[in-house]
Design a binder for this molecule. Sequence first.
Ligand code: KG4
Length: 340
Amino acid sequence: MIILSIESSCDETAAAVTENGRRVLSSEISSQIDIHRVYGGVVPELASRSHVQAVQKLADLALRDAGVRREDVDAVAVTCAPGLIGAVLVGVSFAKSAALALDRPLIPVHHIRGHVAANYIAWPELEPPFACLVASGGSSLILDVRGYTDYRVLGSTRDDAAGECFDKAARVLGIGYPGGAQIDALAKTGDPEKYPLPRAKVDGSPYDMSFSGLKTAVVNLAHRARQTGEALDLPSLAASLCRAVSDTLVSRAAEAAEELGYGKLAIAGGVAANSVIRAELDREAAKRGIRTFPAPLAYCGDNAAMIGCQGYYEYLAGVRADSSLNAYATMSPDSRFLRF
Ligand code: KG4
């Protein structure tokens, strides 16, 4: 089954063609980083406008690169939640039009489920059930993936996502935008013990997380250094931050995976590209006899191939949308709450 998929939930416009939920025939991504860099963060209206300009061309490019004609497309899949509402609406509106024009089914896909499905591209042997840590710019979640379309949320952040913490820290330290990848690179030559940073726990919810205190701690360090003229050791601060985020994510993910007892732990989302987190997760999982399935680096960040892969499994489960499909800024990936 050939699916044309569209992703526009934040600052990447993406279109892809995938086959049977596992094979990527093409994956096109147009990043808006250069548009938002000057503001130090994503400007929602600019993101939406840029999606409007890019989406049609990218879809055509995805079909051309896949060697697939429009009439060979079996279904159209699209991210409909969660994300910047204006941005998601662009993809949803385009996908509705494409499905109507091609006279093909329209499949709504939850963005986080898409991130999880990025693992199916790299790991043909990976099948539910498994535990999954999803960490991105907007979400930090520990999931029990009971089936391809059957999810249970075990833990989530109570405030900021891990990626938000990296991006804000990078901004205040003048490291660049978006900051996660730069902090990761800088951390390689730093001392992770140099700056003692907080690791928050949520009383009574062992798998829930909080990153706002960590973010504030880095912001305060940066402000104090500016006031006193102290030179910060940026590589060591980056290494200390990576270690703090990793400690929070990895301990919970490994414990959850052990408790679930599937012996499988996947990791996905933009922050899953972080080298400290990947290495620590491998180490912690190995100690517990759990196999890890890291999403391939090329599919950690937002892309449409992952939406096409999850779209295939949603299709098999009978999920369809009609022309009344709406976009949603927030929605839990837990299937019990999915309403399209
Ligand atoms: O998954 P993604 O592309 O977008 C969302 O769905 O949110 O994730 C983007 C986030 C950004 O916060 C970015 O700084 C972070 O992923 N990121 C990283 C790394 N590469 C990207 N964070 C830490 N280490 C990295 N290597």
